[in-house]
Design a protein around this ligand. Structure first.
Ligand SMILES: NC(=O)c1ccc[n+]([C@@H]2O[C@H](COP(=O)([O-])OP(=O)(O)OC[C@H]3O[C@@H](n4cnc5c(N)ncnc54)[C@H](OP(=O)(O)O)[C@@H]3O)[C@@H](O)[C@H]2O)c1
Length: 245
């Protein structure tokens, strides 16, 4: 597969390392390698799939331009989901193909299923409260993480008492319907997410710790293989549900 890297930061370089080690793929273009770099339209046109790991600032314009070039796209960049309907419209209008994930790691996707199932169980048996925590390296630019938002969506969908996520510092008592989820930034952590179910009797802690960026790169490559010959907009869970479970 011919791949165009869009973004050459932590994730772009991790994907490059992975593609060096596995056979059958070739990087034909790298965009945003330096500060003055632009989107490499000619290179992207030659690619089967472009993989975007940039930032919320430019991801929407990248998606628009890449779809217009007729190249399939994997969107790893987070922070654009408020514009999901507009992006879906663009994909349909251009008859293109796009796949996205807030977290491309296979372990994290299994963790999502465990969190959903556990939320249902703890809600059903009653007496438990639930809250969460995420920690990331000091270089991370957004907060909360896209994965934390995903986890709160899953808990709220399955734990009846919780109706809304709260990612803020609180100067008052938490309301029963609020799901509190805290973010910590510092050091080198590749990504830690924890959900705690707590009652007067006991507590159960579920957590996922990424040891490196490799899992995200592997998932992005799996997603690129999936979208290469498809049209439409897909979430990584759709691939994952079908191929891994
Ligand atoms: N879905 C997942 O599984 C997953 C996993 C990890 C990360 N992410 C997300 O992926 C994105 C990238 O993460 P990362 O750790 O690779 O970030 P990063 O190290 O900051 O790299 C971002 C890349 O995009 C470029 N870029 C960003 N904004 C730009 C702008 N306005 N103009 C030109 N170039 C720009 C950067 O260029 P410069 O270096 O020149 O600024 C760099 O090449 C983030 O949104 C992160 O949350 C998602």
């Amino acid at each position: 597969m011919k791949i165009a890297l869009v973004g050459y930061g932590n994730m772009g370089q991790e994907l490059e390392k992975l593609l060096d080690e596995v056979s059958g793929h070739k990087i034909v273009s790298i965009s945003f390698k330096s500060k003055t770099d632009r989107l490499d339209k000619e290179g992207i046109k030659r690619a089967d799939v472009a993989v975007d790991f940039t930032s919320g600032e430019i991801v929407l314009s990248n998606i628009k331009e890449i779809l217009a070039l007729g190249t399939k796209i994997v969107v790893g960049t987070t922070g654009w989901y408020d514009n999901f309907a507009a992006v879906k419209g663009l994909v349909e209008k251009s008859k293109g193909g796009l796949i996205y994930a807030k977290n491309f790691s296979v372990g994290a996707n299994i963790f999502f299923k465990i969190v959903s199932y556990s939320s249902k169980l703890f809600d059903k048996y009653g007496g438990y409260d639930v809250y969460g925590l995420e920690m990331h390296h000091s270089g991370k630019k957004d907060s909360p993480s896209g994965t934390a938002r995903k986890i709160t969506d899953l808990v709220i969908a399955n734990f009846g008492k919780k109706k809304v996520a709260n990612f803020e510092k609180l100067d008052r008592q938490i309301k029963e319907e609020e799901l509190h989820f805290a973010s910590v930034r510092g050091g080198n952590n590749f990504g830690f997410h924890e959900v705690v179910f707590d009652s007067a009797a006991d507590e159960v802690k579920l957590s996922h710790q990424a040891h490196s960026r490799r899992g995200f790169a592997q998932g992005a490559l799996l997603a690129a293989e999936f979208i290469k010959n498809k049209k439409g907009i897909y979430s990584f869970e759709q691939v994952f549900d079908k191929e891994k479970i």
